[in-house]
Ligand binder design. Sequence first.
Ligand code: NAD
Length: 278
Amino acid sequence: MADRSLALKIGIVGYGHLGQFLVERIQREGPEVGLQLAFVWNRNSDKLKDSVPKELIVDNLLDITHRDTDVIVEVCHPQIVKEFGVRFLSHAHFLVGSPSALSDPQLEQELRTAAKQHSKTLYVPSGALWGGQDIQRMNDNGTLRALSIRMSKHPSCFRLTGGLLSDWTEGEGRRVLYHGSVAKLCPIAPNNVNTMAAAAIAASTLGFCGVTGEIVSDTALADYHIVEVEVTGPDGFSVKTVRQNPAKLGAVTGNATYNSFWSSLLVCKGHGGRVFLC
Ligand SMILES: NC(=O)c1ccc[n+]([C@@H]2O[C@H](COP(=O)([O-])OP(=O)(O)OC[C@H]3O[C@@H](n4cnc5c(N)ncnc54)[C@H](O)[C@@H]3O)[C@@H](O)[C@H]2O)c1
C-alpha cells in the first residue's frame, strides 16, 4: 500500500458515466496506486450525496482553489473547459476529458499559455487513439506529413448536433456522415470526437484544421466501435491501425476507453508547464 501522505489528490469535475467510474475506482483502488479524492463537483450535487463523503463535495467550481489538489480531471462538457480551464491550470495539473474544446484556437492558446505560466501540465488523455505517442514524436521531429482518423459506430452511439442522423433505420448499413477537417467536425459531434481531438493536439504542426476526420454510421456495428488511424510521413512512410473497441448499443464510449482513461490518470504526476498526451 502506498504512503497516504504522498498520494496524489484528485479533483473530479463532472459525475456522469466517466466521473462515476473514476470516483468509484479512486475510492476502491486509490490507496494501492497512490491516489486520493480531493473533491467532486457536479452541476447537480444531489447526485453525489449517496456515494461521495460530504466533505469532498464542492458546490461551486469557483471554490476549488481552496482545495489542496494535485490534478483536476474534467469529465463533464467542453463548455466547462472553456469557462474554467485556465483557472484549473492556475491551481493544479489539468487532465482535460473533453479535448474537443481545444478546437477553438483561442482557447487552445490560452490553455497552453496558462500551463507555461503556472508550470502546470495540461494532460490530454489518448482515449481510443492508438499510437498517439508515435504521432507526437513524428510531429515534434518534423516528419509528420498527414494524419486521418475514421470512427465507425452504430448510429445509436452518435450524439450529433443539427439532427444529422435523426432519420436512421435499423439495417440501413453504412453511411458516411462527415469527412473533412477535425476543426469543423468538433462542433458537430463534440461527444464523439475526443479521440480525434487528442490526435490533433498531438499533431500540433497540422492542428485541428490540418487533421482529417471521418465519422461513419454503420448498423452492423452492434457490439463495437472501429477507430482507424492513418499516419503519413516522408518518402512513402505510412502506418495504418484499426482498433476494434467493444461497446454496448447506444454507448458513446467504448468499454476499453474507460480503462484507457484510468491509465492516463496514473500518468499525471507533473510533466512541467506544457501539453502532454497521456
Ligand atoms: N477523452 C476521452 O477519451 C473521453 C471518453 C469518454 C468521454 N469523454 C468526454 O468526457 C465528458 C464526460 O463523458 P461522460 O461519458 O461521463 O458523459 P455523461 O453525459 O455521462 O456525463 C456528463 C456529466 O456532465 C454534466 N454536464 C453536461 N453538460 C454540462 C454543462 N454544460 N455544464 C455542467 N455540467 C454538464 C452532466 O450532467 C453529467 O453529469 C464528455 O465531454 C465526453 O465527450 C472523453
